[in-house]
Design a protein around this ligand. Structure first.
Ligand code: HPA
Length: 306
């Protein structure tokens, strides 16, 4: 083998293994050495939904810039910090600010924090996002409990699991038939009824496109034909990464705009997305807290501590 071949091999392998198991473990250890909180649930706050993390008590925050080998969030409306603490007495870690493909990060890098949270000890991933409502029944400000997703970027051969598989995270060919935990979806239905918001909450199918541009009318029409209910620019790769390492997933989308299926309708814009997020953060926060309370009660019951 020539020196040139070795160099090419090294360059290639370093880009593929830039987030090796060892490196991700190092990032997880960074947290474990600095906090005594051992979270059971990881939360990802979507655009405009950062205040979901404001409910966290005994909070210990780590700015992304201070975490070794961590990417930084470049989107307006997204701060960048990881918060350890308690929600409804349940130890949690929340990401305020996530990483998007359109920021120039490969999907594996966008979803790398999910693996960090796994190695920190979480069992559940609760993900939220802002999304355009494609289902004509959805109104701006509604919530969609995610029942399933369509991985359109995966259709084009782009996956966070591309490259050599590390079985310490999960299998080479992970199933996705139960990506969004059915039991948690049922629980969410009950929580929504308890909150009296069932008229503003739906259950549906989410898809993620690469962005950063919003979609054309023809694209929205095509997505509707394949039964997509809400469109965003995140989360699907995080959920795939979470299921690969056997985390139980619950997710909901806040509908921040209606997708225009006619060119005379209003354009989507980021300011509206962030504004609607902020105006609905209290209700989203309550849904999140109640879900965690229900889950905590169930876990206690299972462990016989109740
Ligand atoms: N399309 C894609 N992503 C989005 C939208 C949308 O309409 N709204 C919020 N995120």
């Amino acid at each position: 083998m020539t020196y040139l071949n070795i160099l090419i091999l090294l360059l290639f392998s370093s880009s593929l293994s830039s987030y090796s198991y060892e490196l991700i473990k190092e990032i997880a250890d960074f947290f474990l050495e600095r906090t005594s909180i051992r979270p059971k649930i990881g939360i990802i706050c979507g655009s405009g939904l950062n205040s979901l993390a404001d409910h966290i008590t005994d909070a210990e925050a780590f700015e992304y810039e201070s975490i070794p080998n961590f990417p930084v969030s470049t989107v307006e409306g997204h701060v960048g910090r990881m918060i350890f603490g308690y929600l409804e007495d349940m130890p949690v870690v929340a990401m305020q600010g996530r990483f998007h493909y359109y920021e120039g990060y490969p999907l594996a890098k966008c979803s790398m924090p999910v693996r960090v949270m796994k190695l920190v000890g979480i069992k559940y991933l609760f993900a939220t996002n802002a999304a355009g409502g494609l289902n004509p029944k959805y109104k701006v400000g509604d919530i969609m409990i995610v029942r399933d997703h369509i991985n359109i970027m995966g259709f084009a051969g782009n996956s966070p699991l591309q490259g050599p598989n590390n079985p310490r995270f999960g299998p080479r060919f992970p199933p996705m038939t139960n990506a969004y935990d059915r039991h948690l979806v049922r629980k969410a239905r009950k929580v929504v009824r308890d909150m009296g918001i069932e008229n503003d909450v739906h259950e549906g199918v989410y898809t993620c496109l690469g962005g950063p541009n919003y979609e054309t009318v023809a694209e929205f029409k095509m997505l509707r034909i394949i039964s997509v209910d809400a469109v965003g620019m995140s989360m699907v790769h995080e959920v795939i990464t979470a299921r690969h390492c056997d985390l139980t997933v619950f997710a909901f989308s806040l509908i921040t705009n209606k997708c225009a299926t006619d060119s005379s309708e209003e354009d989507a814009n980021h300011e509206e997305v962030v504004m609607v997020g902020k105006s609905r953060q209290a209700i989203c926060g309550e849904l999140m807290c109640r879900m965690i309370r229900e889950l905590a009660a169930e876990v206690q019951e299972k462990n016989g501590t109740k």
